[in-house]
Ligand binder design. Structure first.
Ligand code: 3PG
Length: 306
């Protein structure tokens, strides 16, 4: 019987684990669970005998992938697969997949939720501001970007987007204005929501020039990856502009400086929380299982990323 391992340092919601388990078992596969592990040796040991593996932000490094001779497919239950060494997977003949769109609404809700929280001064009792009528720029119009746009429109925000990989018409049909350059997006929008993936081209790409061009009362919302920000340059902007606010789903490496110098102008989740809902966990986890079964039984590689 083929074994599907769920390896999640940050566990799925209990309701998701039980649906994942029953989906696996009903299809005639064996279910194995490794949660809250504290050392990569536990992941390596578990992967060694698995035929398929589902992970979240867990690091599927070359060391992990090279240690297993049974693994045929690894699924990142989520969107970003920057945590999988794709070359190592390919070298080992392992198919790597993601589950695009399955957790996007949860991430978008968090992005808007954090915007409201900061607009209301983290609910400290002082008068805040409203999102209505403010300009929101969406940097990359993928699954999360689309949900962010729809929710923001519900708040009455004016929504703009830049994404060279998405047809202008597809964005405009959502009532979102398309701008011609990333520079134009940042310089025209008070709120900026980041949705670019972390890869060799995007890492460290959001820096001083873009951020300092944002209008007064600038709010940068990062539910993407901390690696896409040039943190030293962001600090320079925080230092130069007392109106600049940075909100991120997971703290930057220099979070101690933010805590010491920029109180009230930042908010960081203690752990990546964007996809941390029962619904997102069920959607992404069960989709991952179905993709694995479809791969083993029909050779379907629709969601392959390597
Ligand atoms: C994703 O890329 O799908 C999100 O960042 C979610 O990551 P998580 O599953 O580790 O919460």
């Amino acid at each position: 019987m083929k074994k599907i391992l769920i390896a999640t340092e940050k566990p799925f919601a209990a309701a998701a684990v039980s649906q994942i388990k029953s989906t696996i078992e009903e299809a005639g596969y064996a279910f194995e669970l490794l949660e809250k592990y504290t050392d990569k040796s536990e992941l390596i040991a578990a992967a060694k005998t698995a035929d398929a593996m589902i992970i979240r932000s867990d690091k599927a490094t070359r060391e992990v992938l090279e240690a297993t001779d049974t693994l045929k497919v690894i699924v990142r239950a989520g969107a970003g697969y920057d945590n999988i060494d794709l070359q190592a997977a390919t070298d080992k003949g392992i198919v790597a997949m993601n589950t695009p769109g399955q957790n996007s609404n949860a991430v978008a809700e968090l992005a808007l939720g954090m915007m409201v929280m900061m607009a209301r001064n983290q609910y400290n009792g002082k008068a805040g501001t409203e999102l209505k009528g403010k300009k929101l720029g969406i940097h990359a119009y993928g699954n999360v970007g689309r949900y962010v746009a729809a929710i923001a429109q519900g708040f009455g925000m004016e929504v703009f987007a830049f994404d060279p990989f998405v047809e202008k018409e597809a964005i405009e049909k959502d009532g979102v204005k398309v701008v011609g350059s990333v520079e134009e997006l940042y310089s025209s929008c008070q709120y900026l929501s980041l949705h670019i993936p972390a890869n060799d081209k995007t890492k460290q790409s959001i820096g001083f020039d873009l951020l300092s061009s944002m209008p007064a009362g600038a709010v940068l919302v990062n539910t993407a990856r901390k690696e896409v920000i040039n943190e030293d340059e962001l600090l320079k902007v925080m230092e130069n502009r007392t109106d600049f606010i940075y909100i991120s789903d997971i703290a930057p490496d220099n979070k101690a400086i933010f805590a010491e110098k920029y109180e009230g102008r930042h908010f960081f989740t203690p752990k990546k929380m964007g996809a941390q809902t029962a619904e997102a966990n069920i959607n992404a986890g069960v989709a991952g299982v179905k993709q694995i079964i479809d791969f083993f039984e029909n050779g379907n590689t629709q969601f392959q990323v390597n």
